[in-house]
Design a protein around this ligand. Sequence first.
Ligand SMILES: Nc1nc2c(c(=O)[nH]1)N[C@H]1C(S)=C(S)[C@@H](COP(=O)(O)OP(=O)(O)OC[C@H]3O[C@@H](n4cnc5c(=O)[nH]c(N)nc54)[C@H](O)[C@@H]3O)O[C@H]1N2
Ligand SMILES: Nc1nc2c(c(=O)[nH]1)N[C@H]1C(S)=C(S)[C@@H](COP(=O)(O)OP(=O)(O)OC[C@H]3O[C@@H](n4cnc5c(=O)[nH]c(N)nc54)[C@H](O)[C@@H]3O)O[C@H]1N2
Ligand code: SF4
Ligand SMILES: [Mo]
Length: 692
Amino acid sequence: MNQRVIKKVRCNICSAGCPIDAYVEEGKLVSVEGSRDLPGQSGGLCSKGAASRQYVYNKDRILYPMKRIGKKGSGEFERISWDEAYRMIAENLLRIKKEYGPQAAAFYAGYPKWYRPALLRLANAYGSPNYCTESSTCFQSAAMAWRSIYGNDICFPDLMHAQTVLVWSNNLYHSNVGMARPYQSLKARGAKIIAVDPRETVTTQAADIHLKLLPGTDGALALSMAQVIIEEGLYDKEFVETYVYGFEEYKAYVNQFPPEKAEKITGVDKELIRESARMYASNGPAGIMFSASPVVHNINGMQNYRAVMCLIALTGNYDIPGGNPSRPGPVSPCNEYGKVKRLDTIEAIGEKDFPAWFDLPCEEAQCTRIADYILKEEPYPLKAVVGFGLNHRMWPEPEHFQKALKALDFYVNVDLFFSDSSKMADLVLPAASSFERDVVLNGRGGMFFLSEKAIEPVGEAKNDIEIMIGMLRAMQLHDEALEHGYEKYMEYILEPSGVTLEELRAHPEGVKGRVIISPAFKRYEKEGFHTPSGKVEFVSQILERYKDSHGYSGLPEYRDFREVSGMDREAYPLILNTGSRKPQLFHARTYRLPWLAGLEKATLVEIHPEDAKKYGIADGDMVRVSSPVGSICGIAAVYLNSQPGIVHVYHGNAKGEANDLIDRNYLDPISGFPGYKSYFCKIEKEKGEVKA
Ligand SMILES: Nc1nc2c(c(=O)[nH]1)N[C@H]1C(S)=C(S)[C@@H](COP(=O)(O)OP(=O)(O)OC[C@H]3O[C@@H](n4cnc5c(=O)[nH]c(N)nc54)[C@H](O)[C@@H]3O)O[C@H]1N2
Ligand SMILES: Nc1nc2c(c(=O)[nH]1)N[C@H]1C(S)=C(S)[C@@H](COP(=O)(O)OP(=O)(O)OC[C@H]3O[C@@H](n4cnc5c(=O)[nH]c(N)nc54)[C@H](O)[C@@H]3O)O[C@H]1N2
Ligand code: SF4
Ligand SMILES: [Mo]
């Protein structure tokens, strides 16, 4: 019998990092199973994790460094050695730096998160301020909103002790399955749940109140809840008087949003708004659970989020147990995460258009307009992109970005798979999957883990950070944490925790940090708030700086996308909402896994039965969705769970990419985030068969 060994790997298909027992036989991954090492580990995996073998041994895996031989975009490549690849990188990047300056190269990370601090280090060593990531459409806007009010990073809710949980746009059963059990335990111990979502989902079904608003109208709903809370004297007067800046101005503003008016804007019954406001303010402690994306995927998204987040301070739920504490559990310090700073001595991409992004500050460039920088060379030319997991299809009007990638002087992409974005590249490099690399990770409760290399990399794949170290060395650049190699880099990460790499190797199931920082509440009593006023800013002084130049308001102002956009509603009568998550799919990456993609023949287009009837569409019909900038085909799914007048299109499927429908200039003027969740479209039945 062949010998089977079990290796402890952390899944990296999404960032949840679930622990996996990887069964390896003769150097091959033969099976996977969820680990059961620690209390709370169930042994389960989501459908994506269970399909890990199809991810690792996928026919699209890049096996070797490949150099372009045909015309740009032709997809003709030939195999080269790693040495030649590094030589090409050094020659081109050093030449571009000499000719155009270091800002002419952007260092770009797609969704993957684990290697980001190292990529920022590489950008810094090269001298470029243009460290860019997919977070230019995810997370950072929520973080900005948070910093503008509280002056620190996002505070997640303390679900264990909350009496009321306000789930503001989060479908955790699809997007964050690890949260499903804590969420279920809320009901079991009698806590109240209010869910805010335009659709009925598994998550909203558990709620006591479901506020089924129209997409993009979150700000009006939150302001209206504040109006009720203030009018009925349910707010925390002591906290507000002591710690809030701009309360009177805010109070006058929220008075413009009584529930009667908010009902007209949001579609939510006025009495339900009142009931929710009372429940959230009176049945405390109450925590708000939010997501990195849907609220901010709107052209007033950052301000809408500010309106939601002000509710926390208004009701005295900031930094208390059961509310939104600044540190919910014990942590052990480590180097890297959140500690490396971006170079800010040269103007970065997005600085002219979205100045508040840089003041708040986000530790990366705002690269929503990266394609314009490349094509127009304004305000300065961008000539090279060093991509790690770059997928142009995640951006609105992806063809425009594709055109820009082709126009680059030098473009290298490092990925697991030979994606369409790699086809535009001059050089494509193979990245190792999480089964093929050692990675040090820190987790909840001050724990550290080593995700073990279970198998040798497929082909000549390498771990991303080793590739970055190779680039650094080839260009003869310096970075104290990277230049001594990957082993030393892992030791460097662990250093402050008192845990050694040797210990982690001996215990890949996890080791608790020796230095532990315990949770502390109400830290503001000692530290104040790190905002310009030193208080919680209901009127943001940083946003006010750009009142005249960019039209920003310091208040969490509500601007309705239907009015601001000036859209011809006769031509495009329906609201287009794109990109809700599906449990089996992960953006673009899992469409190549037969077990997962095989469940749906084409992009699903969810429509309400009333609209189906109106447009003569039956469930399963092929439909055409058109917007002012493009059109795609998909399969109609006639669902009751949404509302008439709204069409939901899933994203990431190259055979019908929702982003072909979104205008690339339809952006939130403060954060630069695209209005993925509230644009406009029309639908019609498409003749012909759905192509599989
Ligand atoms: N399986 C899977 N999991 C994922 C991902 C994935 O691709 N697949 N992606 C990961 C990433 S990058 C992210 S950012 C998270 C996102 O995580 P979530 O935000 O939880 O996921 P979504 O399904 O995008 O949106 C949640 C809910 O928001 C609602 N919604 C849509 N528009 C609006 C709006 O304008 N206002 C309000 N209040 N609600 C709205 C949708 O109906 C949906 O039910 O998921 C992560 N997890
Ligand atoms: N219409 C619409 N568009 C959206 C959204 C939406 O809701 N609606 N959501 C937006 C949001 S929130 C997000 S986060 C983005 C996500 O968008 P993307 O960044 O496009 O996400 P993925 O397709 O998952 O991953 C990008 C690439 O990373 C590669 N990759 C995976 N693991 C690794 C690795 O370890 N190393 C390297 N080098 N490469 C790897 C994958 O193969 C893939 O090619 O999409 C955004 N776009
Ligand atoms: S939730 Fe699924 S895809 Fe994400 S890490 Fe866990 S098993 Fe992997
Ligand atoms: Mo995201």
